[in-house]
Structures are given as C-alpha cells and as structure tokens.
Design a protein. Structure first.
Length: 163
C-alpha cells in the first residue's frame, strides 16, 4: 500500500547498487519502461540521461515518473517503488550529479579511463530529479515469515532459481 513516507530500513536499501526500472508516460498514454542507474540522496532520486532520449522527452511533456528498485534473491525479494514529480536538471549541476551516479556503478579505473567516463559524460547531459509523493515497499522475507512460517526461504527447493 502506498505511503507518503519511506520506511527507514528501505532508505538503507536505496543506498545499495541495483539497476532500477524507470517508468514515464508516452504521448499516447502507454508507459515507457527503461533500466537505469540511480542515486538516492536526501529523500530524492536522481537519474542521468541524454536530453534526446525518450524518457527525457516524456519528462518534459509530462513531469512525473515512477522508479522501482528491487532485489530478486528467491525467497527474500524486496523492493521500493517511488512515484512523483520530475524536474529536469542541466548544466554543471546535472554534470556533477551524473558523475556521482556513474561513480556508484563504475570502478575508479573506469572513471579515470579517457575512453569511458568522457563518453558517459557526453551521452548523459541532463539529470532528472524525482521527488517522491508516494512510496510502496515490499519484502518477501517478511511475508514468508508471517504467512508461511519461513517455509519458502527455509526449505531447499521450494523457490526455484531465477534464470
């Protein structure tokens, strides 16, 4: 069930490195989904991208989005989904935030490689700042403990491995 505040346990979860799924609305009303790197800072989510991307065009026309971050270990799946308003940042502010995002996902060697970091910097010229108005969280381990007595995670073979 959506909440206006984020459970503190999930604030720690958002500091980890996962691939997030971003949802924006296309002009005809369909949803555009894309995998993205993200940064969570002070209750706000940031995603870097090209100003020419579909997601950036969608944000400009309809300044709202949702972002889902999840961990998919069978039996202990958990995640956070945030929905809110979007502000597009550009210039030096976007450049600095995008550098912070990239440094979460790229090694120091990749960040200093003149054939890697500058390419990301050229592609990702804007940043979206998603300010959540609602949060939804889920934790399969809690559900397993409450509804199944821990049987799903605690019994080998109950949960099939993911492909």
């Amino acid at each position: 069930m959506p909440s206006q505040t984020l459970d503190p346990a999930f604030q720690t979860f958002l500091q980890r490195r996962y691939i997030a799924t971003l949802a924006t609305e296309n002009a005809e009303g369909s949803i555009h989904l894309t995998a993205v790197w993200y940064l969570f800072d002070s209750g706000v989510l940031f995603v870097g991208t090209s100003s020419k991307s579909r997601k950036a065009r969608n944000w400009a026309a309809r300044p709202r989005a949702s972002l889902m971050i999840d961990a998919r270990k069978p039996g202990s799946e958990r995640g956070v989904s945030a929905a809110g308003t979007v502000e597009v940042l550009s210039g030096p502010q976007a450049h600095e935030i995008n550098r912070r995002i990239e440094s979460r996902y790229l090694s120091a060697a990749a960040m200093s490689d003149p054939h890697v970091r500058p390419v990301f910097a050229a592609f990702d010229d804007v940043t979206i700042r998603l300010t959540p108005v609602s949060w939804t969280v889920w934790n399969m381990a809690d559900l397993d403990a409450q509804a199944f007595g821990g049987r799903l995670a605690g019994t080998p073979g109950y949960m099939l491995p993911l492909d």
